[in-house]
Design a protein. Structure first.
Lengths: 438, 357, 321
């Protein structure tokens, strides 16, 4: 590519292949205007694919001479998006600058990323400190980090009142007290599978307000769905059309898991993941892909974990070879992937090759759901809220009594094309046995 | 106040000088303690060469009479701050050979349990206070003990030993002055062994310290430091003075350091003739000659001493090293009892009937 | 209960302890007939006589060294250095003889050394020092520093009774400026820290005169709730109290009147950094006297000693952090 200093008159910027299964992409935003100077590897355009949203770094240094594909347009991989003139030099006036020397203030005023003001006519690749829109990097004090960790608080959501907007101890404590604290005992708010997230109620759909005046209803102007929302929707719809989806539930006593996880300081999800992996090794038919007539049973468990991105949607990063990880290792990987997902820092490889998926929307207290299978996988497990319930327990002598136990309901949606109800029930029983037998 | 001089300075004294206060048994005891001191230090030096004694090694070879003679005059109730070349004083107070060898070897059974080495110890069980390396700090401690004795009206004294180099330090002055001002029952034994490490006395002071005593208001007496009986007699008189409320005495024990400052020191800065001259004044040889003349079987005495050292060596070698876990323990005293309450042994016959006298 | 100055409380402790224990004797320069440079032992000689209120030669090493000797044979000497600065002349006896005696020889040294310390009155480089850190660094010595009249008495009685050498820092600037209710009779104050004022937003850690500076500086900081911890004892250092307070407030400001480097506050800061890191919500801040001798002229002296304003400013910054 144009990393070399060899001047080529024009270099094409093309829609990249973001992973093997990606065939097309949509332009989300252009970071540069025609006439702007672009450094090698400087972010040039934001694109969205059905796997991932990303930015495209410039393949060469030069001046942007032409934008071929406009924002909102979806094009095939390989399509030329823009052209760069590589024989141009930074600092030379161009049309949009009206001969004024480019200043970073001027660029900043336009909301652009200032081009590195390097006098070097051949910008070195190494100099590519990607002058991204400076994402304000926040540092947290030890006590703030610790409280956030203990209560599962996403510190980026906490408003800081300290110097320079620093998040102080009282800020995170207030955040915890104002409701986020509820998340303390439950899982971190990462794992929400969208299939049962109520679609955003039509923006205007008015709760029938008592005093709503009768008459002609005029809804607010409709907004286009985000690229991600569209993608999720298409994916889920395709799944339901493709698979013969059935759902089976089982009730699990999580008391032992809860005790152990508190000791280790990890989430219950990590224990469920470990139990699922073990059960998948016992029932490999559920660790499989179904693509038309093609049925692939995997040796490795590449475990997908659904991570909510809030209103934007969700994404399913994958833990490759999850069978090799301990509970603590799984907890660490889940946390790390979730953080990267929320930081929009996942790479295409992070979201590929999943062989089974777990979704965990229990944080709002829901207890049962019918998850939608993540194609081309054949099953998905749903972990809901863990709640205390009176339960009949039988002691060693066979005597029954009622005890308070921490219970949950695991739901397994499975593809009847690939397996039958008995097998899925056995699989769930295997998971249950492992979780209760701790 | 006139300076009293018991012996001409530097002279060996008459070979038949016998204190009228010493019985023959006392005189044998003096030889016995000197033999024990020399034998133990030679044994310790061998252990040092065998790699069983950590750190450095100092001895008092040739100076045995200084500590043995002076300490022999002390009563059980007196208190002693002993210098590192004065092992004989510890032996007289009753510290056993085994504990002394264990002390050299840093063993748990040594007097300091391995916390300090060499003769940097004082066994409070026998009325001694351990010295520190900064000399003559213990002059002030001895002065303070004497001050307490006087305040309480007790008939006892404190004694401490220090070297010729010590006389250059401020604490020498502070202690001499303090003791003189308060007329305290303290005996300062200046052990003039001619060298402070490698520095000869002529580079240490312009006026002999024994003369300085007069300036502080009390007698300075020069004694033949290689004659245990002369040392005993001088200390006995100084103690009488102290108990009579007449104040301190400075005894200058004139002697010679016959070995290097420590085991590493070949002493090449000392003229050979000087060493040879002093070898002829060896205190053990002199005391032994006197006793042989009096018909004492000193060979049997030597045999007895050797057996005691051998037994002590075996006992010391069997003692364990201290537990590393205890290194940070016992920094502060948590008890309530006073510690320096036990008296030491006082083998001089003069204490037999009348306790202190 | 009686209202006393800090100075009177020290005198009261000495007097009461001397009355109750005849082993206690006072040693120092000009403490007898003259009653001491600061009149701590004023008229003591009339009650206790010149032997127990001993005017010594001008010899700090001599005072401490002989006190060690007197202590090991059963007395309870209380030495007065006329100014804490002069203890440098007795350093060897205190550090090498007194401090190490028990560890080496099993022989406890029951000596108290009173050090009238601190500046603020144009005492100059030799009458204003705060040398407590010298002794914190010398194993075997305890170091205490009262800030109130009540503690001045209780800590001194405790120090005299402690079977180990205790360095008692009495701040000259507090002698007549600080008054308070002092219990009658004999009582001991433990060598532990004291919460001078409870609070939740910030801990200011100080001892001696700086406790008063800290209290004044944080009395009204826009309604902030500031805890002031009075260490009272530097050796032993009350780790539990320091860590408990900092864990509660998550912010620590340490005020020393001593020169900054390796001061008591440095030890406190290290303790917090090592053991309360996870609880911190801001940097551990220190205010101390810069590493210069205490100058004589008032504007120079005021420029180096920690002031109410400096403490206030640092407290504000930490609170806002």
């Amino acid at each position: 590519m144009g990393a070399s200093g060899t001047p080529e008159p024009l270099v094409d910027v093309v829609m990249p292949q973001m992973g093997v299964s990606v065939s097309e992409g949509t332009i989300v935003a252009w970071r540069k205007q025609v006439g702007d100077w672009v450094a090698y590897e400087e972010p040039l355009v934001d694109i969205s694919t059905d796997k991932i949203d990303t930015e495209v770094p410039s393949p060469a240094a030069g001046r942007l001479t032409e934008i071929v594909v406009e924002i909102g347009t979806t094009v095939d991989v390989g399509t030329v998006l823009a052209r760069l003139a590589t024989d141009a030099r930074p600092g030379e006036p161009h049309a949009s600058e009206n001969g004024a020397p480019p200043t970073s203030e001027a660029a900043a005023a336009k909301g652009e990323t200032p081009a590195p003001a390097t006098p070097d006519p051949a910008p070195e690749p190494a100099a590519a400190t990607p002058a991204q829109a400076p994402r304000s990097r926040r540092r947290y004090s030890p006590v703030v980090s610790r409280i956030a960790e203990e209560h599962g608080v996403d510190l980026s959501q906490v408003e800081g009142t300290g110097r320079g907007g620093r998040v102080r101890k009282q800020d995170v404590l207030a955040y915890v007290e104002n409701g986020n604290g509820a998340a303390a005992e439950t899982e971190p708010p990462l794992h929400i599978e969208s299939p049962y997230r109520p679609d955003p109620a039509p923006a205007g759909a008015p709760a029938p307000a008592a005093s709503a005046p009768a008459g002609v209803y005029e809804p607010p102007a409709p907004q286009p769905l985000s690229r991600m929302r569209q993608s999720i929707g298409a994916h889920m719809k395709r799944s339901l059309e493709t698979a013969a989806t059935c759902t089976t539930w089982i009730e699990v006593d999580m008391t032992a898991v809860q005790r152990e996880r508190r000791k280790l300081g990890v989430t219950a999800l990590a224990f469920v993941a470990r139990a699922v992996i073990d059960a998948l090794r016992e029932f490999p038919a559920l660790n499989a892909w179904m693509e038309g007539e093609k049925h692939t049973v995997h040796d490795d468990v590449n475990l997908g974990i659904a991570v909510s991105l809030g209103e934007d949607g969700l994404i399913v990063p994958v833990i490759r070879s999850a069978q090799d990880l301990s509970v603590e290792g799984l907890a660490k990987r889940i946390k790390e992937l979730a953080m990267r997902a929320r930081g929009r820092a996942l790479s295409p490889d992070d979201v590929q090759a999943g062989t089974f998926t777990i979704t965990n929307p229990g944080q709002y207290g829901s207890i049962m759901a019918t998850p939608v299978i993540n194609q081309p996988q054949v099953a998905i497990l749903d972990l809901e809220a863990i709640v205390k319930r009176p339960v009949v327990v039988t002691d060693a002598q066979g005597d029954d009594s009622i005890a308070i136990r921490e219970m949950t309901i695991l739901g397994l949606s499975w593809d009847h094309r690939a397996l039958d109800g008995a097998l899925s029930a056995q699989f769930l029983a295997a998971v249950k046995r492992r979780l209760e037998g701790l | 106040m006139a300076t009293e001089t018991a012996q001409p300075r530097g002279s060996a004294g008459p070979a038949d000088a016998v204190s009228e206060h010493l019985t023959l048994d006392d005189r044998v005891a003096l030889l016995r303690y000197m033999l024990l001191m020399r034998g133990l230090e030679e044994r310790a030096m061998n252990l040092y060469r065998q790699g069983k004694v950590p750190g450095s090694f100092y001895d008092g070879y040739g100076q045995e009479a200084v500590s043995v003679g002076a300490a022999f005059a002390m009563s059980p109730q007196d208190r002693l701050c002993v210098l590192h070349r004065d092992l004989g004083a510890h032996l007289i107070r009753g510290v056993t050979p085994a504990r002394i060898l264990a002390q050299y070897m840093g063993r748990e059974g040594g007097i300091t349990g391995g916390r300090d080495g060499n003769v940097h110890f004082g066994d409070y069980r026998v009325g001694c206070v351990g010295m520190v390396s900064m000399l003559p700090d213990m002059m002030l401690v001895a002065t303070g003990m004497a001050m307490a004795f006087k305040l309480r009206g007790e008939k006892r004294c404190a004694i401490t030993w220090f070297g010729d180099g010590s006389t250059s330090r401020g604490d020498f002055h502070e202690a001499m002055n303090w003791a003189g001002v308060q007329r305290l029952p303290v005996i300062f034994v200046l052990e003039n062994n001619q060298y402070a490490y490698s520095t000869p006395t002529r580079e240490q002071y312009a006026v002999d310290p024994v003369e300085r005593a007069q300036a502080y208001g009390f007698p300075g007496i020069s004694v033949d430091g290689n004659d245990p009986e002369a040392m005993f007699e001088a200390a006995r008189v100084a103690r009488e003075r102290a108990l009579a409320g007449e104040g301190p005495t400075l005894l200058e024990a004139v002697t010679m350091r016959m070995h290097g400052h420590a085991a590493h020191d070949d002493m090449k800065y000392v003229p050979k003739e000087q060493v040879e001259e002093w070898r002829r004044k060896d205190p053990i040889d002199r005391q032994e000659a006197r006793l042989r003349e009096a018909g004492v079987d000193t060979d049997a005495l030597r045999e007895e001493v050797r057996a005691a050292i051998d037994a002590g060596t075996q006992e010391a070698l069997a003692m364990p090293m201290p537990d590393p876990a205890t290194a940070t323990e016992r920094l502060f005293y948590e008890g309530d009892e006073d510690v320096l309450t036990q008296d030491g042994a006082a083998p001089w016959s003069g204490f037999d009937s009348g306790g202190d006298r | 209960m009686a209202t006393m100055t800090y100075l009177q409380a020290i005198s009261d402790a000495l007097r009461e302890e001397m009355r109750s224990d005849e082993r206690v004797l006072l040693m120092g320069e000009d403490i007898g007939v003259f009653g001491g440079a600061f009149k701590v032992t004023d008229r003591f000689i009339e009650e206790f006589g010149p032997q127990r209120v001993m005017d010594t030669p001008l010899a700090e090493s001599g005072i401490i060294g002989t006190a060690v000797g007197a202590a090991v044979v059963g007395l309870r000497p209380v030495c007065e250095m006329q100014f804490s600065d002069f203890v440098a002349c007795g350093f060897d006896q205190l550090v090498n003889v007194a401090g190490k005696m028990y560890y080496r020889q099993g022989l406890p040294v029951n000596v108290t050394v009173r050090l009238p310390s601190g500046g603020g009155f144009s005492g100059g480089p030799f009458h204003s020092q705060n040398p407590e850190a010298w002794f914190m660094h010398a194993p075997g010595l305890k170091v205490v520093a009262p800030s109130t009249a009540e503690d001045a008495k209780g800590l001194l009685i405790r120090a005299i009774r402690d079977r180990n050498p205790v360095v008692y820092m009495e701040h000259k600037h507090l002698y007549r400026r600080v008054k308070g209710e002092v219990p009658d009779g004999l009582y001991e104050t433990d060598f532990t820290a004291r919460v001078a004022r409870p609070g939740t937003d910030l801990t200011v850690i100080a001892y001696g005169a700086m406790v008063h500076t800290a209290l004044e500086a944080t009395e009204d900081l826009d309604g902030a709730s500031v805890e002031v911890l009075d260490l009272r004892s530097l050796v032993p250092l009350d780790r539990d109290a320091i860590l408990a307070s900092v864990r509660k407030t998550s912010k620590a400001l340490i005020v020393d009147e001593a020169n900054e480097t390796c001061a008591a506050g440095a030890q406190v800061a290290a303790l917090i950094a090592e053991h309360a890191f996870e609880d911190l919500d801001g940097p551990v801040r220190r205010i101390a006297t810069p590493d210069v001798p205490i100058p004589f002229s008032p504007p120079l002296e005021q420029a180096v000693l920690p002031s109410v304003e400096r403490v206030k400013e640092a407290a504000r910054e930490l609170l806002e952090y």
